[in-house]
Structure formats: structure tokens, C-alpha cells
Design a protein around this ligand. Structure first.
Ligand code: NAP
Length: 525
């Protein structure tokens, strides 16, 4: 479904010439361009651009320093520049509500430039020399998202501009959802730009078309960002398939802290696109404590109108998710309960259900090494390095098949604890190279980017023919796997597990086979 929400690219610097940048923005997929005169510095190139026939509407903005802009001179100079450039009919003129409310002179003169009552909503009205630009009255809060957002936006609507713009700094996903809620509740006929800044604010930009936001900003390149967390046009259109987001789009998320570098949006959005599913998955950063996670889940659960249908759960919330589901009496799949962690939440009519697709992912990955898992009557012994969350899922998965598992961990206390709880063996970390098991699994984070030269065990100490499975998937081929392969071992990459666990999530949420080739291609890309 095509979205009525407009995509605007802010232009903040020259060279290249502004006209070339406008063409580049349109070619990239923008609907209009914001001319950030406060950042551009010299207004003359802006005036020359506005004098030419316009290939798209422009938003004219001279942002005050008080609201995050770069304007250094006084208000009188700013007003006279607004008047000079505004007379050239940019299309939209963005002024802070604080300035509008503060000065009758500004209201008279800017209002006179813009069409409609109070600078208001009739695009053809006003009888100004330019034919009338439309007034955007804006508010920017770089400190946070206040508790009472309605109290902030009400006076802006009361001034009856063509468009109200309210932008807040989001510290976590609840802040961002509360900003989106402004869009949902804005009332008929009102045009509203409601965005959250910061990494947590990305979901307000991706989901604006679902709630009929008027406009979203995205940059041509990261250096051109005019607010923290502003995405690039490419990211929005390609990773989040923004043009396909609409009122009926179901929402999925990845919940963690931090969560910005998660690959889940890339793989799930590409998979949903390939399968023709109207859904989008966005990062939802939630602060690290259980109380933060519980508050987020309680908030979301009370608001089914947001259409959140499923969540990937990542560090540090996998354990919290199990606790929250248990506290609320929601269903937890038995292996997830045994693993002590939930990495997938699926919304059902009567609440939520928790699964751990890492467990299935471990087995699916090992199945890529033909025969490695033996037969039901003859399962191999397995050495698992690590005693964290991934190691737990690994042990539970292998035990579900009947394998005998020995855990080795740097901190013996954790190895002993995990072994006692799950009923497997453990041995000191120093003994790991003498494990002599036919399958050796690295479930530590050793070898993960950026420490790609580290190995959790000397590959040369392993017997040739040993199946070596490294859960680390960034990089796809770790030093452990490279050297173990050279030494005659059979290797399994963590990428196989990542694909399998993502595919299992897809199948839980969408009830159809996952396009594994797409998942693989996205991860390889
Ligand atoms: P975690 O709970 O933080 O556990 C980390 C483990 O690594 C602990 O056992 C820790 O030992 C060990 N460790 C860390 N630094 C070490 C070092 N320098 N020397 C020896 N041991 C060290 O993390 P996790 O969630 O289990 O994740 C572990 C790895 O699995 C990560 O790389 C993660 O990306 C990967 N993973 C992959 C997939 C996939 O789909 N492929 C899925 C889940 C996880 P101590 O207890 O002694 O600190």
C-alpha cells in the first residue's frame, strides 16, 4: 500500500549546488526537500533556487539555536530572512511555536506570508504575493519526552497552522510509542508531524505512515542528519520498506539494550517482503532492568491498537521475558522454560506466548554437518564452551536429543551452576583442549567482532574430523572455524543458527514456511 506520508530530505550544506542536491533527493525517493537556511549559511543560493521553477515543494526552515538549530544572529534578522525567502513561495515555512507565540509582529508578518487563518490550512487562501506557503508550527525538545505530550501540542493546534510538528528526544521505546500515540489520537482533519529523536526514535519514523503522520525526515547520507537518530532515505526505503507501511501493517520489533546493531530488522523485513506479508520489524530499545522490560510489555499489552504482533528478544531481556510471561500466567514453550530464556514473543488473542528459537537453531545448524548428530540410539558426546544464555540453549537442545554434554567455562562457578541446574557434566576451562568430544561448540563470545583474532580453544589441539560449531556469527567465518577447517575438522557457522532461529521466529509469527534463501542472502549482503 502506498503511503500518504511525505518523505523530506533536509539540505544542510553546499557544495554540491542546491539544485543538484534537490535532484539527488528526488531520485533517491524524496517527496520534498527542507532547506535548512540556518545551516546552509549563505541565503543567496537558497533565494536563487526558490526563484527557479520548483521540481517539488520546499520546506523553508531557519531553526533557532534554542530549538537545536544553527542560527546565531538575532530574531529580527531571522524574521527578515524568513520574509525575504518566504515571499518566493517555498511551499512550506517551518517556524517554532515559541517564536510565534512570543511576538505579535511575527504572527502578523509570517502569518501574512502563509495561507489560511493563523497561517492556516487553506493552501489557496491568503492572497500573499507568493500565492501562500503553508505554515508548519514546530516544537523541538532535545531533553526528553515529557509526561504530558497533549499539553505540549494543544497550543500548537490552537494556533491553527497548516501543519503541527512536535519532536522529542526518546530515551527508550516507550517514549517513542507515546510520540506515535499523538499521531493516532490527533483528531480528524489535523496534519501532524510527530517524531522522536535518538536511536529509540527510529520506530516513529518507520511507523509514521501507519498512523498517517504528515511527514518524515531522512537524509541522503548520515553526515546530513539534522536530528539525532535520523535515518537515511535508503535505510528507510530499503531496510524498512517504508512505502509499503500503511494503516493495516502489523508491527514486529526487536527488544534489547542496545539493539541498534541487530540484524533482525534486515532479515525479517526482507523475508516479509518476499512472502508478501504486510508487516514491518523495527528496533525497540528497552533499558536493561527487569522493571524497564516489564513496564514496556505492560504498556504495549494494554494497547492492542498498535498492532504489535511479535517481538524478537535479545540481550539483556531474554531472561526477563520468561519472568514476565510467568508472572502474567502466559504460555511458555517447555524448552524455553528449561533454557531459562525466551527470545521470541508472539501476541495471541489471550495475551502472549514465549518461545526460544535458539534451541531449534542449534539443532538445525548441526544438522548441516551430515550425520554429526548420530542416531537416536547413538548420540555423540558434546563439549560446550561457555555458560551464558546461548550455552544454556545449546545444552537444552542437545539434551533434548539425548546427547551427553560437558560444559567448560572461564568462570567455573557458572559452569558448575549450569551443570547442576540442567543435569549435565562440567569440567575446568583449562581442560577444554583435551575434551576429545566428536562435537565441540563455542557458545562464548570469544572471536566475535571486533576481537576477531581471538579463539576460545586452540584449533590445532582438536582431533581432525571433529565437528566444530561456532555460535559467533559476526564474522560469518571466525578464526576458530578457519583454522579448524585447515586442521581437518568439519565446521558449522553461527550463521546457520542465526538463519534457523530467525526462520523459526518467522514461522511462529506468520504460520508459513520462511524464505530461508532470502534470510541467507540478507545476512551475506
Ligand atoms: P553471554 O550470556 O554474555 O555469555 C558469554 C559467555 O562468553 C560466557 O560463558 C563468558 O564466560 C564467555 N566469555 C566471554 N568472554 C570470554 C573470554 N575472554 N574468555 C573466555 N570466555 C569468555 O552471551 P550469550 O548470549 O551466551 O552469547 C554468546 C555468543 O553466542 C555471542 O557471540 C552471541 O553472538 C552468540 N549467539 C549466536 C546466536 C546465533 O544465532 N548464531 C544466537 C545466540 C547467541 P564467563 O561466564 O566466564 O564470563
Amino acid at each position: 500500500m502506498s503511503s500518504a506520508t511525505l518523505l523530506a530530505v533536509p539540505l544542510t550544506r553546499t557544495p554540491p549546488p542546491l539544485a543538484d542536491q534537490v535532484q539527488a533527493a528526488l531520485a533517491a525517493g524524496a517527496d520534498l526537500v527542507e532547506l535548512r537556511v540556518d545551516r546552509l549559511g549563505d541565503p543567496d543560493p537558497v533565494a536563487r533556487l526558490l526563484e527557479q521553477p520548483a521540481p517539488c515543494p520546499y520546506v523553508l526552515t531557519i531553526r533557532s539555536a534554542a530549538e537545536g538549530g544553527a542560527w546565531q544572529a538575532g530574531e529580527a534578522e531571522r524574521l527578515s530572512l524568513y520574509l525575504r525567502l518566504g515571499r518566493l513561495g517555498p511551499g512550506y515555512l517551518d517556524l517554532e511555536y515559541a517564536s510565534w507565540a512570543h511576538s505579535e509582529d511575527i504572527r502578523q508578518r509570517i502569518g501574512g506570508l502563509c495561507c489560511g487563518a493563523g497561517g492556516g490550512s487553506s493552501p489557496d487562501g491568503g492572497g500573499t504575493p507568493s500565492g501562500g506557503s503553508q505554515l508548519i508550527l514546530s516544537h523541538h525538545d532535545f531533553r526528553g519526552t515529557p509526561a504530558d505530550l497533549d499539553a505540549v501540542v494543544r497550543p500548537l493546534f490552537d494556533a491553527e497552522p497548516a501543519v503541527v510538528k512536535a519532536v522529542f528526544m526518546a530515551h527508550d521505546a516507550i517514549d517513542a510509542w507515546r510520540v506515535l500515540d499523538l499521531l493516532r489520537r490527533r483528531g480528524p482533519g489535523r496534519r501532524l508531524i510527530a517524531l522522536a529523536m535518538g536511536e529509540a526514535g527510529l520506530l516513529t519514523r518507520v511507523l509514521a505512515p501507519k498512523f498517517s503522520g504528515f511527514l518524515v525526515f531522512a537524509t541522503l547520507d548520515a553526515a546530513g542528519a539534522t536530528a539525532p537518530g535520523q535515518p537515511t532515505v535508503r535505510e528507510l526505503l530499503e531496510v524498512y520498506r517504508w512505502r509499503e507501511v500503511g494503516p493495516a501493517t502489523r508491527v514486529f520489533g526487536v527488544v534489547g539494550w542496545p539493539v541498534t546493531h541487530s540484524r533482525s530488522p534486515h532479515v525479517h523485513n526482507a523475508a516479509m517482503s518476499a512472502a508478501g506479508i504486510d508487516g514491518v520489524l523495527v528496533p525497540m530499545p528497552v533499558a536493561p532492568d527487569y522493571a524497564d522490560f516489564a513496564a514496556f510489555m505492560d504498556w504495549l499489552t494494554a494497547r492492542p491498537e498498535f498492532d504489535v504482533a511479535g517481538l524478537c528478544v535479545t540481550i539483556p531481556h531474554k531472561v526477563h521475558a520468561l519472568r514476565w510471561l510467568t508472572d502474567h500466567g502466559f504460555a511458555v514453550e517447555p524448552l524455553a522454560r528449561r533454557a531459562g530464556a525466551v527470545n521470541t514473543l508472539t501476541r495471541a488473542e489471550d495475551g502472549w506466548r514465549g518461545d526460544n528459537t535458539d534451541v531449534a537453531g542449534v539443532l538445525a545448524a548441526l544438522q548441516t554437518a551430515a550425520g554429526a548428530l548420530g542416531t537416536p540410539d547413538a548420540r555423540p558426546d558434546v563439549a560446550v564452551l561457555g555458560a551464558g544464555g546461548a550455552a544454556r540453549a545449546t545444552v537444552v537442545a542437545l539434551q533434548s536429543l539425548g546427547c551427553r554434554v560437558t560444559v567448560y567455562n572461564r568462570m567455573s562457578r557458572r559452569a558448575a551452576g549450569l551443570a547442576a541446574e540442567l543435569g549435565c557434566a562440567w569440567a575446568p576451562w583449562e581442560d577444554r583442549a583435551r575434551a576429545r568430544a566428536p562435537i565441540v561448540i563455542n557458545a562464548t563470545s570469544v572471536g566475535m567482532q571486533p576481537h576477531v583474532d581471538a579463539v576460545p580453544v586452540d584449533p590445532a589441539a582438536l582431533d581432525p574430523g571433529t565437528v566444530v560449531f561456532d555460535l559467533v556469527y559476526t564474522p560469518a567465518e571466525t578464526r576458530l572455524l578457519r583454522e579448524a577447517c585447515r586442521h581437518g575438522c568439519r565446521i558449522v557457522s553461527g550463521v546457520e543458527m542465526f538463519i534457523a532461529q530467525a526462520a523459526a521466529q518467522f514461522e511462529l509469527w506468520h504460520n508459513r514456511p520462511a524464505p530461508r534463501d532470502i534470510l541467507r542472502a540478507v545476512l551475506a549482503g
